[in-house]
Design a protein around this ligand. Structure first.
Ligand code: ZN
Length: 560
C-alpha cells in the first residue's frame, strides 16, 4: 500500500483561475501513489475500500453529465472484472456507505476549474467531487489507477479483489490543451485503433486529439460534395516493401488499392466516443501544401492542372499545392470546410499551412495576378493571403483557425492560433503578438523519432528518448508573465511514414505519452523523472493487462 505522504503546497486554495492555472511553488516530501500523470496532492491513510458487486455508483439527481461518467466507469469495470455495478440516482449522496459517489459541486470551480477534482477514499466509500463532469471523469481515471492493474484488463477476470487504498487526492491540470496528434494519411488506421488511441489518451488525462486527416499520401475523410476525394484520394499503390523515401510513384495501368477512409458516420461514432472521454477532436485539413491526394482527385485546383496520383511515399519539395490565384480553389475549400465544421464540434480547425514550396506559385499566371491585384509583396504574402481567406471562412462558421508555425510567414491572420513545431521560436513570436500557442517542438514532441540510439525500428531520424520528453518545459523563460496564458499547452505528434501498423504506433507513443501527460498535466514543481520511472512500472502492468504494445522496461534515466 502507498505510504503516507505530505505535500506542502503553497497557496493550494486557488490553483487555477478560469481554466488557467496560477500555481505557486510546491515541495514534495514523499512519493505519491502510482498515478500518471502525478496529481497535485496525495495524502494516504490506513485501510482500504473494497468494490463489490453490491457497490452502487451514486450520482446526484439532475447532475448533468455525472451519470454518463458513472456509466463509463461501470462499463470499464464490467469489461475487466465481469462485475456490473449499478448506477443509482439520489438527491443526497454524501453519507452513503459502500458506494462510489460522483458529486458535482459548483463551489469547487474557484479552486479546481472544470477539470480538477477531489477524490476521497475511506473504508466506507470512494467519493469524487468536482465542479463539472470533466473533473469527475478525471477523478474516475485516478480511481481506476488506484485499483489493481487488472482494472485495465481487456478480458473479464475472475476472483480479483477490487480494493482501493484509502487516500485523499486534490488534483488539477496545468494546461488546458493536452494533446496527441495522429497522422492517418501516411498510413491509414481504422476506427478500432482510433478508439484505442482515445482510450490511451483518456487514461493519461489528455484532452485534445489532433487528427491529421489529409496529406500527400491519402485523403481520409468523406466529403459528400466532393466524392472523388475518397474514391480517388484515399487510395495509392502498395509500395510497403520499399523504403518510404525511395518509392516509385504510380505507373500507367497500375491500380491504386492501398489505403482507406472514414465515412461521416464513422467520424460521428468516433466523435461520440471522444466526447464521452472529454476529448476534443481537432480535424486537420492541410493547405496550401501537403495536398497531392486532394489534387489527384481534383487537379483543376493546382497551378499546373496535373495530372497527379496519390503518392505512395516520400515527396520533396512540396511543390504541387493549391493554386492561390484560382477562385475555384477557395470555393472548393469552403465546401470542404463547411462539411468539416458541420461534422466536428471542436472550436478549432487545423489547416496545416506547413512546408508549402512556392515554386509553382512563382510560375503560375493566376497566382502572379493575385499578387499584383492584392498588392502583395511576394509569395510569402500570398500564403498569408491564402490563410487569411480561410480564416474568414472558419470564423464565419464560428470556428477558430489553428495552423503550423509557417502561418506566421507574410503575417499571421488576426485570430489564428499557432502550433509551434520548428522549435519554440514561432510560438514565442506568436505569443508576444498576442496569439494563442500550442508548443509542440520537434526536439521534445515528435514521437516518430527514435527512442534509443540502437535496436529500434526504422524511423525518419531524430532522437527523442523518454527523459527528453519528460523534461520538456512548454513555457519559455522569455515569455512575460502577462503573455504566459497564451501558451495553451502542449501536444505530441505521431507522423506515420514509418509506422504502418497499430502495434507499431502503440510502440512509438508508449511510454512517451506517459511523459507527455506529466508535462501537460503536472505542476512543474512536482515533476521528478526518477519518481516518474518508479510509477511507470505500474503503468506497464496496466499496459500488459490492456494488451497494448509499448517500448518497455529497458528505459532508464540517462542523468543522475
Ligand atoms: Zn497558381
Amino acid at each position: 500500500m502507498v505510504r503516507a505522504i505530505a505535500v506542502a503546497f503553497a497557496a493550494c486554495s486557488v490553483l487555477i483561475a478560469g481554466c488557467r492555472p496560477a500555481y505557486e511553488s510546491a515541495r514534495i516530501i514523499a512519493t505519491g501513489a502510482d498515478i500518471i500523470p502525478r496529481p497535485v496532492r496525495v495524502e494516504s491513510s490506513q485501510g482500504t475500500f473494497r468494490l463489490q458487486a453490491t457497490t452502487p455508483v451514486i450520482v446526484q439527481a439532475g447532475a448533468e453529465g455525472a451519470d454518463s461518467v458513472g456509466r463509463y466507469f461501470i462499463r470499464t469495470l464490467a469489461a475487466a472484472g465481469g462485475m456490473e455495478l449499478s448506477l443509482v440516482t439520489r438527491t443526497a449522496v454524501a453519507d452513503t456507505d459502500n458506494a462510489v459517489i460522483l458529486s458535482l459541486e459548483g463551489s469547487l470551480r474557484t479552486g479546481f476549474g472544470d477539470e480538477g477534482y477531489i477524490l476521497s477514499v475511506t473504508p466506507r466509500q470512494a467519493k469524487i467531487s468536482a465542479a463539472a463532469p470533466a473533473g469527475l471523469f478525471y477523478g474516475i481515471q485516478t480511481l481506476r489507477q488506484l485499483l489493481p492493474p487488472d482494472a485495465f484488463s481487456s478480458v473479464p477476470l475472475q476472483g480479483v479483489l477490487w480494493s482501493v487504498p484509502c487516500v485523499r487526492i486534490e488534483d488539477v491540470p496545468r494546461f488546458p490543451w493536452r494533446g496527441m496528434h495522429l497522422d492517418v494519411s501516411r498510413h491509414f488506421f481504422g476506427k478500432a485503433f482510433i478508439k484505442e488511441y482515445l482510450d490511451l489518451m483518456a487514461m493519461h488525462k489528455l484532452n485534445v486529439f489532433h487528427w491529421h486527416l489529409t496529406d500527400d499520401n491519402g485523403w481520409r475523410l468523406e466529403i459528400k460534395r466532393y466524392p472523388r476525394l475518397t474514391s480517388i484520394g484515399a487510395w495509392r499503390v502498395d509500395r510497403e516493401q520499399d523504403n518510404w523515401q525511395k518509392r516509385q510513384s504510380q505507373q500507367p495501368g497500375e491500380k491504386a488499392a492501398y489505403g482507406g477512409y472514414y465515412t461521416q458516420d464513422d467520424v460521428r461514432e468516433i466523435l461520440a466516443y471522444a466526447k464521452e472521454r472529454y476529448i476534443t477532436v481537432v480535424p486537420e485539413i492541410e493547405m496550401p501544401g501537403h495536398s497531392v491526394a486532394a489534387l489527384s482527385a481534383y487537379p483543376e485546383y493546382s497551378c499546373t492542372g496535373g495530372p497527379f496520383t496519390v503518392l505512395p511515399g516520400g515527396y520533396w519539395p512540396n511543390v504541387d499545392i493549391y493554386c492561390a490565384g484560382n477562385e475555384g480553389t477557395f470555393t472548393f475549400l469552403e465546401g470542404i470546410l463547411t462539411e468539416v465544421t458541420d461534422l466536428f464540434p471542436s472550436p478549432y480547425v487545423h489547416i496545416g499551412g506547413d512546408e508549402a514550396d512556392k515554386a509553382n506559385w512563382k510560375k503560375c499566371p493566376k497566382c502572379q495576378d493575385r499578387i499584383k491585384g492584392e498588392g502583395l509583396k511576394n509569395e510569402e504574402e500570398l500564403q498569408s493571403y491564402f490563410i487569411r481567406r480561410i480564416e474568414i471562412i472558419l470564423n464565419a462558421r464560428g470556428k477558430r483557425l489553428i495552423g503550423w508555425d509557417e502561418i506566421l510567414q507574410g503575417g499571421l491572420p488576426p485570430n489564428a492560433t499557432v502550433m509551434s513545431w520548428q522549435g519554440m521560436g514561432g510560438g514565442i513570436a506568436a505569443a508576444k503578438a498576442g496569439h494563442d500557442v500550442v508548443m509542440t517542438p520537434t526536439s521534445t514532441c515528435y514521437f516518430d523519432y527514435y527512442q534509443a540510439k540502437s535496436g529500434e525500428p526504422e524511423a525518419p531520424g531524430g532522437f527523442l528518448p523518454l527523459d527528453s520528453v519528460y523534461r520538456f518545459e512548454p513555457v519559455p523563460d522569455d515569455i512575460s508573465p502577462g503573455q504566459r496564458p497564451h501558451i495553451l499547452g502542449t501536444q505530441a505528434n505521431l507522423w506515420t511514414e514509418y509506422v504502418p501498423t497499430a502495434s507499431h504506433a502503440e510502440y512509438m507513443v508508449l511510454p512517451r505519452m506517459c511523459a507527455l501527460a506529466e508535462v501537460a498535466w503536472t505542476m512543474p514543481e512536482l515533476k521528478d523523472f526518477d519518481d516518474f520511472l518508479s510509477r511507470l512500472e505500474k503503468q506497464y502492468s496496466r499496459f500488459d493487462r490492456m494488451g497494448v504494445n509499448y517500448r518497455g522496461r529497458t528505459v532508464r534515466s540517462t542523468r543522475p
